[in-house]
Design a protein around this ligand. Structure first.
Ligand SMILES: [Fe+2]
Length: 433
């Protein structure tokens, strides 16, 4: 999954950067904040901190550290997420019941594994380094994925607190949506998927051909202002706009607005990591499910792009592999999508704004293996492949995504009804599907 060559110093430096960043994200949170699991999809902050540590202990130290013994036997059970090959694990919906180890003791566990990782890496000969570096690098990207999840999850935890706590950052000025523009793409026989230069997850491989009819993509994300029009036009009350499974969810879960919106005296408010504020019309709509995104596109007389269309549009727009991924990503520390008007001209002078960052963009593509896909050997092969069923692909990253996770070929995935992830949409038009 990687072709990067590492030296010991660079590997240790990167290890320290990634690991300390997780701790800095958890720093504003009290031990009590870090313990709550507000719904089964959400994991407690301290569980994320421990699980990413378990990953290095299990997949790097266990087979390579002389005289290896787990830091704590029971942690192997508590902090395994979903790896069947590694053994039994604690039930996911009950992670909030793990009052011990406490947040402080998780920090002690992290320090222990960090010391052992540094000892191991600095003692590796060149041959062993080449062999182990890809797994360690996977551990970096795994931990970054959890950095994003930690923020999505704590957002939900804090949303249920009547004190309306602010995690960090400050809200955008009120703004109105920019006029919607369109970017035409020729299509034809195109190649998508990772080219093998630099890191990718296995699900981005292999690179392969796809046929695309001519199409066009909206030059920005769909906004809250447009979503308010959808609501006012009975968007959540008209079965003709919805897929059957989506309409069933609307009824079952009483959906009438995006996940974090609440109505008070006829005014819509939105919970964000920056606090709870009146819905800002110029910002991208966020925390909508695939079903909602699809219904909105139907209402607008448009559709969602396929993942191949999305990826190829970025190539055609000069924003693909090799270009810097510029956008409202986690390094900007906004912790929330920003208006398209705040996005400078995309790199390469292209027309697609907000391609990286702001909101993960739902696509019309089911999360399936690319032609010729092979998961890695052993337990690590469970990382992506076994989830390729009943989920949809999202592209582009969000305001909580570390910059290393925004690339043209990156495939995120969530079930159709998921709303707690920072997901939005970009409309497409013309061509297939
Ligand atoms: Fe994980």
């Amino acid at each position: 999954m990687s072709s990067e060559s590492w030296d010991v110093e660079a590997l240790v430096r990167r290890y320290d950067e990634v690991r300390s960043h997780t701790e800095s994200l958890a720093a504003p949170l009290s031990p009590e904040d870090q313990t709550v699991q507000s719904m089964p999809d959400v994991s407690p902050t301290k569980w994320h901190r421990a699980h990413v540590t378990w990953f290095f202990e299990t997949f790097v130290l266990a087979d390579n550290e002389p005289g290896f013994a787990p830091y704590e036997d029971k942690y192997w059970f508590l902090f395994n997420s979903y790896y069947e090959a590694v053994g039994p694990r604690y039930a996911r919906p009950d992670r909030g019941l793990i009052s011990r180890p406490g947040a402080h003791d998780v920090g002690v566990y992290r320090t222990n594994v960090d010391d052992r990782m540094r000892d191991l890496v600095t003692g590796l000969d060149a041959g062993s380094l080449d062999k182990l570096a890809p797994t360690i690098e996977l551990g970096f990207h795994h931990e970054q994925q959890h950095q994003e999840l930690l923020l999505m999850d704590i957002k939900h935890v804090l949303s249920l607190n009547p004190l309306q706590p602010v995690y960090a950052g400050s809200p955008s000025e009120r703004s109105e949506p920019d006029p919607l523009g369109w970017v035409d793409v020729e299509g034809g026989l195109v190649e998508i998927g990772h080219d093998g230069v630099g890191f990718s997850f296995d699900n981005e491989l292999p690179r392969h051909s796809e046929w695309l009819e001519p199409y066009r993509l909206a030059d920005r994300l769909t906004t809250n202002g447009e979503w308010l029009e959808f609501i006012r036009d009975g968007g959540y009350e008209r079965p003709d706009l919805w897929l059957s499974d989506g309409w069933a969810k609307v009824k079952e879960e009483h959906w009438r607005a995006p996940f974090y919106w609440t109505e008070q005296d006829g005014v819509w408010f939105e919970h964000t990591l920056n606090g709870t504020w009146p819905v800002n019309p110029g910002l991208p709509v966020s925390h909508v499910s695939f079903y909602e995104a699809e219904a909105f596109a139907t209402w607008a007389g448009k559709r969602l792009p396929s993942e191949a269309e999305w990826e190829h549009a970025l190539v055609a727009d000069g924003q693909a592999e090799g270009s810097p991924t510029v956008g409202n990503l986690a390094d900007r520390e906004t912790y929330h999508p920003r208006a398209a008007s705040t996005d400078a001209t995309p790199p390469g002078g292209g027309g697609l704004r907000q391609a990286y960052g702001d909101c993960w963009e739902w696509t019309s593509s089911a999360y399936h293996p690319y032609p010729g896909f092979h998961p890695a050997e052993g337990a690590i092969g469970e990382y992506n492949g076994k989830f390729m069923s009943n989920q949809m692909v999202l592209r582009g990253g969000c305001a909580l995504t570390p910059p290393g996770h925004a690339r043209a070929t990156y495939r995120n995935f969530f079930p159709h009804q998921s709303r707690w992830a920072l997901s939005g949409l970009r409309l497409a038009d013309g061509g297939a599907p």
